[in-house]
Design a protein around this ligand. Structure first.
Ligand code: NAP
Length: 282
């Protein structure tokens, strides 16, 4: 049995207790970057939290910090969401503690940059297992309860990569197109149900995901004006989720970029993104 399997069989919930329980927001990928910032926004908005990611230590540190600042209950659940049964086990573990999730933030995701053929098959598979299968499993696990209760909010973290093909980020862009399309479809299926679903589509944001990709490839240079601040992205995502907006694109640069993607002929868009992709993988 691998270390990951052990983690999953023994899903533990570490509580940072507060006095009164409030509505719960569950955030995946809360151990860093946009997820960590979103956890801060939901804590500030008066929610109790369930923080999910693989790095238990980072989650515990964040839980301590948020509990001290806001006095809310914070539950830490280490889990690897690439594992097929993870979402269901998470739901079961929370149900056993009578913890009902009102807001589900599907933020955990990975990015792989490079030519498709140069990446090992398991790199693509891991990305799909998290960005597509893991996110979908969280929805199939938690959405039915929300619909039954007639109340809930979902925030799926997509990307501006969802709006066009991106050579050199082929699997990543395809995975985010899936998240955006799924969110839009669900927003109509759920109309009138009391459950809203929002796709947060950040542009390039200053997190470990960006620095990690740049460390692997020095040609991956992004102009400073195009790099968003993680707190601004989380603020925009939190507000859009609260309002039940379907698509949220934080920042003017990203709004202009997606507007031009949607209004450029597809063949031309492919040639432009192809040229950029070839440049960054030369
Ligand atoms: N940064 C950007 O430029 C950008 C732009 C648009 C969209 N996004 C999207 O925003 C989301 C968050 O990205 P970020 O920039 O904040 O990156 P990040 O700092 O690398 O955060 C990724 C989070 O996902 C978690 N995670 C990774 N693998 C996991 C797994 N197998 N199971 C559970 N959790 C896992 C990580 O925690 P552990 O390692 O502890 O598991 C971490 O908390 C992603 O969906 C990303 O695609 C990012």
């Amino acid at each position: 049995m691998s270390q990951t399997d052990v983690l999953l069989v023994y899903i533990k919930i570490l509580d940072y207790a507060g006095s009164m329980s409030k509505e719960i927001a569950l955030i995946t990928g809360a151990s860093s970057g946009i997820g960590e910032a979103l956890a801060g926004k939901f804590a500030g908005g008066g929610y109790d939290l369930v923080l999910v990611a693989r790095s238990e230590d980072k989650l515990k540190q964040l839980a301590d910090k948020l509990h001290s600042a806001h006095g809310n209950r914070v539950h830490v659940v280490p889990a690897d969401l690439t594992q097929r049964a993870a979402a269901k086990k998470l739901l079961t573990a929370l149900s056993e503690k009578n913890l009902e999730v009102e807001v589900l933030v599907n933020n955990a995701g990975v990015l792989e940059h490079g030519r498709f053929v140069n990446m090992p098959a398991n790199t693509h598979q891991r990305l799909i297992d998290l960005n597509i299968s893991g996110l979908t499993s969280m929805l199939t696990a938690f959405l039915p309860g929300m619909v039954e209760r007639g109340s809930g909010r979902i925030l799926n973290v997509a990307s501006i990569a969802a709006f066009q093909p991106l050579p050199a980020l082929a699997s990543y862009a395809a995975s985010k197109a899936y998240v955006l399309s799924l969110t839009e479809s669900l927003s109509e299926e759920l109309r009138g149900s009391g459950v809203t679903v929002t796709a947060l589509c950040p542009g390039v944001t200053d997190t470990g995901m960006l620095s990690g990709a740049q460390e692997k490839n020095e040609n991956l240079v992004v102009p400073e004006f195009a790099v968003g601040d993680v707190d601004d992205v989380a603020t925009a995502g939190y507000r859009a989720c609260m309002k039940g907006e379907v698509i949220c694109i934080p920042g003017l640069v990203n709004q202009l970029s997606t507007f031009s993607s949607r209004n450029t002929p597809r063949w031309l868009l492919r040639r432009i993104t192809g040229a950029i992709g070839r440049y960054t993988t030369r």
